[in-house]
Design a protein around this ligand. Structure first.
Ligand code: DCP
Ligand code: MG
Ligand code: MG
Length: 498
């Protein structure tokens, strides 16, 4: 048998076949591009974005000099003495750009847009593809760039998917041009008939390129992946450790392991089946619309803030910046709730503790009016001071290490409930407000070891909840490899990268 055409076991056959067309979009060196957008003179210079002592990403000029993502600053400096480093700890600016990309895709291409982290989106373009005229041309690369030979061997699929992904590649091209023109970012795209294959194939040609995978090339792509089972999006470190404990490390091992073996390893047949399917490039998970971002916030690490006056000055500065971001969001939505976060150093336990409280937002003036910033600040500050006093009651005995302000509970101006007139009224909080209009929510969030805190913080609330729930579930089920969570979750897509 041709090694590129492995037989898919009957219980792994996709219920959707190749019916969908999915585009995966990934911004090139995302944080670095945002920095270059704000500071065009950085273009052409080797640029790294630093968080703590790590270069979390760098532009392609720096990559040519050997600097790579998640490299230690010291090592990067050694490899590239002229490296320009910018601080990337304030994620708010990246989030604004990220939201603009998702909004553009949602408003122009498909209502089915799912965000993955800050710089990736899956778009289900099946409907759009149906409406477009057939094309013989693939825009950008075809996986392997060897189609003709393969076509001559009669490998094409006759279900119509070849035509659909070709049209999908044209759509991806238009998407990338729009993102380039309107947001200013270059991106890579992968086009195929499911999410995992679209994501995998998109990274074949980087940066600023796109690659299409035909259904009959799936096995070829899978068997070319370096790094064993871990290379498959959806199989994170936890899962690959479990598999290793069951003697499975390569993709070939995984394809040959039967469902019974995998069920013994995972202790759960459904999960075993999901993993087995992934090994054959079968991924029926839908593109789940992420909705627009549910919150907008900024946090700053602080030093030596130990009196209420200093804290309030800092909170006011943060709030001003946050209002600027709100204006920059350009989608007209206004927040229903404001949240203040403090991180206090606790002398007794010798650890820093985060705590947040939130309150209903007062009515704000029209978003783009001249007085918006000043008068919004004047209305927010008394509330924020009140929240602060609740969390830091002792006026002289505290030591803060972080302050943050966030807007949540956004209302859409276009929808009935959040119509313009409703912004003229204070937004009533629906749930759990105490008599002062203050809602308590203390968070001292411990994260799974494979999840990067900054990336976690940048995720929408429901994704954060899913990660925590998944982790809790895993903690209850591990270390016994015979027990495991029900299904493959976003944590597996979202492990910290090496
Ligand atoms: N990031 C981070 N910490 C990590 C991983 C990523 O802060 N552990 C940030 C930096 C990136 C952004 O998230 O700019 C997206 O990460 P990617 O790994 O997708 O990489 P890039 O977009 O930077 O690079 P590429 O051109 O390879 O897509
Ligand atoms: Mg990227
Ligand atoms: Mg990415």
């Amino acid at each position: 048998m041709d090694e590129d055409q492995v037989m898919i076991p009957p219980d792994c056959v996709s219920s959707l076949g190749h019916s969908r067309t999915i585009v995966h979009i990934d911004a090139d060196c995302f944080y670095a591009q945002v920095e270059m957008l704000e500071n065009p003179e950085l273009r052409g210079k080797p640029l790294g974005v630093q968080q703590k002592n790590i270069v979390v990403t760098c532009n392609y000029v720096a990559r040519e000099k050997g600097v790579s993502k998640l490299m230690l600053v010291a090592e990067a400096r050694k490899l590239c003495p002229g490296l320009v480093l910018v601080n990337g700890e304030d994620l708010a600016r990246y989030r604004v750009v990220s939201d603009r990309v998702t909004d553009l895709l949602q408003s122009r291409f498909s209502s089915l847009v799912e965000r993955l982290g800050l710089d990736e989106n899956f778009v289900d373009v099946s409907e759009m593809v149906k409406a477009r005229t057939p094309t013989a041309q693939v825009a950008g690369h075809v996986y392997g760039d060897l189609v003709r030979e393969e076509e001559e061997q009669g490998l094409e699929c006759h279900c119509g998917c070849d035509q659909r992904v070709k049209i999908g590649s044209q759509v991806a091209q238009v998407m990338r041009e729009a993102i380039r023109e309107e947001v200013g970012l270059t991106t890579c795209a992968g086009v195929s008939f499911n999410k995992m294959l679209a994501k995998l194939v998109g990274s074949q040609h980087k940066p600023n390129q796109q690659t299409t995978l035909f259904s009959w090339q799936a096995q070829k792509l899978l068997s070319s992946l370096p790094g064993g089972v871990r290379a498959i999006p959806g199989i994170g470190r936890q899962m690959s450790d479990l598999l290793k404990s069951g003697g499975i490390s390569s993709l070939c091992d995984l394809q040959q392991a039967g469902l019974d073996t995998l069920t013994t390893i995972f202790g759960n047949r459904d999960r075993a089946s999901v993993v087995q399917k992934l090994a054959f490039g079968v991924d029926d998970t839908p593109v789940k619309p992420s909705g627009r971002p549910k919150s907008l916030g900024i946090e700053d690490a602080v030093k030596g803030v130990n009196c209420a006056q200093d804290a309030e000055a800092k909170i006011e500065a943060l709030s001003g910046r946050l209002l600027d971001l709100l204006t920059a969001q350009q989608d007209g939505r206004l927040p229903g709730t404001v949240r203040l976060t403090v991180r206090k150093w606790d002398k007794a336990t010798k650890e820093a503790r985060r705590e947040s409280r939130q309150a209903a937002m007062p009515a704000l003036p029209p978003l783009h009016s001249e007085t918006f910033r000043a008068s919004s600040l004047a209305k927010m500050m008394p509330l924020l001071k009140e929240l602060f006093a609740k969390m830091v009651p002792d006026k002289n005995e505290f030591h803060l290490t972080l302050l943050g302000v966030a807007f949540t509970n956004f209302c859409d101006r276009k929808s009935g409930k959040g119509s313009i007139s409703s912004f003229l009224q204070p937004v009533a909080k629906k749930a759990r407000l105490d008599a002062t209009g203050v809602e308590a929510s203390t968070s001292h969030v411990l994260l799974p070891p494979e999840v990067d805190r900054d990336v976690f913080n940048a995720l929408p609330a429901e994704m954060q909840e899913e990660i925590l729930a998944d982790w809790k579930n895993r903690q209850q089920t591990l270390p016994s490899p015979t027990k495991a969570k029900k299904k493959c979750t976003i944590n597996d897509y979202f492990g910290k990268k090496k």
